[in-house]
Ligand binder design. Structure first.
Ligand SMILES: [Mg+2]
Length: 261
């Protein structure tokens, strides 16, 4: 079976592992099974409004024992990408305080005066000053990097405007799109994961609930794609896409059962 060669499971969180504040069926069984089989998992999220510490706190609250190294966010990936491309840079950030902290932790200087690069994340603390300054810098021609492209973020009340919606607003004002969008589906994150974990792509699978980020990321990265129907995608959406995921399951619990077979 194709799953036998997988050593590392990349896990989307919302809609795949939990929904809002509840674990999805079989989530704990999956974690236990993967650990028993001496395989690994890494939570991979595009949501750059929170950092590793906040995700680890949430997962622990839900009863999942994880460490900081078990979570990789598009915010951290963007801080690493910025470092690779510019070295320690002076950055202007439209993002949350935790994204600012992530950049500082990676040796960048966050500034409103004379930045080299503009970074856009999922800013749940956005205000007019950040938006206007960011647009002025982008209009001047500074490099402009977004952490991820998601248009909406799921919430119990319904979809909320995410980084992709801010990208659209900035494009309307300045006429510019980001020079780079780092998060899923960009295969950049896979290169970083290979470096971080030492696991080769043929031994990595992506488990997620979204076709245009999670499954597209797997396709572009050339890794095994596993779609779960516990989140955004239903079987009708699936019929419409040309390239079907390698494996389609109702939820992550089914994946645990397959692994135990
Ligand atoms: Mg999801």
């Amino acid at each position: 079976m194709v799953l036998e060669r997988i050593e590392l499971f990349l896990l989307d969180m919302d809609g795949t592992f939990y929904l809002g504040d509840s674990l999805l069926p079989g989530a704990l069984d999956f974690v236990e099974t993967v650990r028993n089989q001496k395989k690994r998992f890494l939570f991979l999220t595009n949501n750059s409004s929170k950092d590793n510490k906040q995700y680890v706190a949430k997962l622990r609250r839900l009863g999942v024992n994880v460490e900081l190294d078990d979570v990789f966010t598009s915010g951290e990936a963007t801080a690493i990408f910025t470092k690779q491309r510019y070295g320690s840079a002076r950055v202007f950030i439209i993002g949350t305080q935790s994204l600012v902290q992530t950049f500082e932790d990676h040796g960048h200087t966050v500034t409103k005066t004379d930045p080299q690069v503009v970074i856009l994340g999922y800013d749940t603390q956005i205000n007019y000053e950040k938006l206007s300054l960011g647009c002025l810098f982008i209009r001047k021609g500074l490099d402009y990097i977004a952490t991820h492209p998601d248009i909406n973020c799921p919430s119990p009340e319904g979809p909320l405007p995410d980084a992709g919606s801010f990208i659209a607003l900035i494009e309307k004002s300045t006429g510019r799109k980001p020079d780079f969008v780092v998060g899923k589906p960009n295969p950049l994150m896979l290169q970083m994961i290979v470096q971080k974990t030492g696991v080769r792509p043929e031994h990595i699978a992506m488990v997620g609930d979204r076709l245009y980020t999670d499954m597209e990321f797997a396709n572009r990265s050339g890794i095994l794609s596993i779609l779960v129907l516990s989140g955004e995608t239903d079987s009708q959406d699936l019929e419409k896409v040309e390239r079907k995921p390698d494996i389609v399951l109702q939820n992550i619990g089914e994946l645990a059962l397959l692994l135990k077979r």
